[in-house]
Write a protein that binds this ligand. Structure first.
Ligand SMILES: C[S@@+](CC[C@H](N)C(=O)[O-])C[C@H]1O[C@@H](n2cnc3c(N)ncnc32)[C@H](O)[C@@H]1O
Ligand code: SF4
Length: 396
């Protein structure tokens, strides 16, 4: 399988401006890897390459493998209280004004971002500021907003679909597949009507033991919807031993308790036949569906089994996230780790982001992770950011 970076020029060849913005982000991340700044007085803010906006914890679905709302989801019992804490549009705009000069790639997610009341004015503002804005959504509310999405020139939409209709709906909820497809059709109609290439339209599929035999069906079924990319995410998983080790570690080093990792202790990794999954992905990659296919992480074929069956074996390490990325939570808390928002660096309603990103808590995190074996914590073993941006371990 090819390395994922190889699809970037192809992906954005229709829109060179987008390509340049995306490549600038990759360039900054590459620079971080090659020339890591271990000097803790360095202005890390200048290196900011990717910012995640977790706009809301609210969600209209209850996908079974989800770390927030799935079988072990950490939001299930507290969503109503947490939703009250979302930031107003003005706070997000102020934050955007601060980060825009660094030209980071931005990635909006949630919960379900379409449930953030001011999603449209927010994305419009970000696009006007020249940012690359990618939105990750469950796609159930795209249809009614297609005209606005195309008109406002959202850079990319990544829509989550896990399989063809019945298998998808068993994981993501009844009717979700058909609502997503209606959304694709509406976006395509609007692109034609408005003679626009925006947004780049992608599908993201999270691989579990429930859908892995159905991936080719999904690729075939979505062939006709003018997708620009299909991303297969091998998934975030953990087990009780890793959670316990990480809990001890975070208490000892940061005096912080952890809640979020347990959300990924779902067991949906169990029983996946690695050879079969590899063959399925290989066939998909070798077939021409009219758009590029990528898998995250790209694995040595023999190691696909290890990825699922032996969660304690690292496949990527030396996480670069604390040196070039950040996640901002719905309540303004700043974190490095998007999926595990336990260690809080600061809050953008009380301090400037630059102060937080270059501050003592951020530097303590950087120093601590750098000192760990392999440059990662015990809980980072299948973290999605590490799978995307970590260093490939020889043989994996
Ligand atoms: C948490 S959702 C938030 C955005 C939106 N609600 C959606 O479903 O696309 C972000 C992405 O994480 C994926 N996801 C859910 N559970 C996961 C898991 N256990 N491992 C990796 N990705 C997961 C979702 O399918 C989605 O593509
Ligand atoms: S739609 Fe997204 S946030 Fe909501 S339950 Fe599904 S994966 Fe989780």
């Amino acid at each position: 399988m090819k390395e994922n970076i190889s699809v970037v020029p192809l992906l954005f060849s229709k829109e060179l401006g987008l390509s340049a913005k995306m490549l600038y982000g990759f360039f900054k991340m590459g620079k971080t890897r090659l020339f890591p700044k271990r000097n803790y007085h360095f202005n890390h803010f200048d290196n900011l390459a990717l910012v995640y906006f977790k706009l809301t914890p609210a969600c209209n679905l209850r996908c079974k493998m989800c770390g927030q709302y799935g079988d072990k989801g950490v939001m299930k019992d507290c969503a109503a209280e947490e939703i009250k804490k979302i930031l107003p549009l003005e706070t997000w705009k102020k934050f955007i004004d601060e980060i825009a000069p660094q030209h980071p790639v931005t990635y909006i997610w949630g919960g379900e971002p379409f449930l953030y009341p001011d999603l449209f004015p927010l994305v419009r503002y970000m696009v006007q500021k020249g940012l690359f804005v990618s939105v990750n959504t469950n796609g159930t509310m795209i249809e009614q907003h297609a005209e606005e999405i195309v008109r406002d020139k959202w850079s990319t939409i990544f829509v989550s679909l896990d399989a063809f209709r019945d298998v998808n709906d068993a994981m993501r909820g009844k009717g979700s597949y058909d609502r997503v497809i209606a959304g694709f059709k509406a976006i395509n109609r609007e692109k034609q009507k408005q003679k626009s290439n925006y947004p780049v339209l992608g599908v993201v599929t999270t691989v579990t033991n429930k859908n892995y035999m159905d991936l080719a069906n999904l690729a075939e079924a979505t062939r006709e919807y003018n997708l620009d990319i299909h991303l297969f995410n091998l998934g975030t998983y953990t087990n009780s031993n890793i959670v316990a080790t990480q809990r001890r570690f975070m208490r000892e080093k940061f005096d912080t308790d952890i809640d979020c990792l347990e959300g990924y202790n779902t067991g949906y990794n169990l029983g996946i036949d690695g050879q079969k999954l590899h063959d399925i992905l290989k066939n998909i990659h070798n077939r021409d569906y009219g758009h590029p296919m990528i898998t995250v992480p790209v694995l040595n074929p023999e190691k696909t089994h290890t990825y699922y069956a032996d969660l304690e074996t690292p496949v990527r390490n030396h996480c670069i996230v604390p040196w070039c990325q950040s996640n901002i939570n719905y309540n303004g808390d700043v974190h490095f780790c998007a999926d595990y928002p336990d260690y809080i660096l600061g809050n953008i309603t009380r301090q400037s982001f630059k102060e937080i990103y270059n501050g003592d808590r951020a530097n303590l995190f950087r120093k601590t992770i750098h000192a760990c074996e392999g440059g990662m914590f015990p809980g980072c073993l299948r973290c999605y950011q590490n799978m995307l941006f970590g260093k490939k371990i020889k043989g994996y």
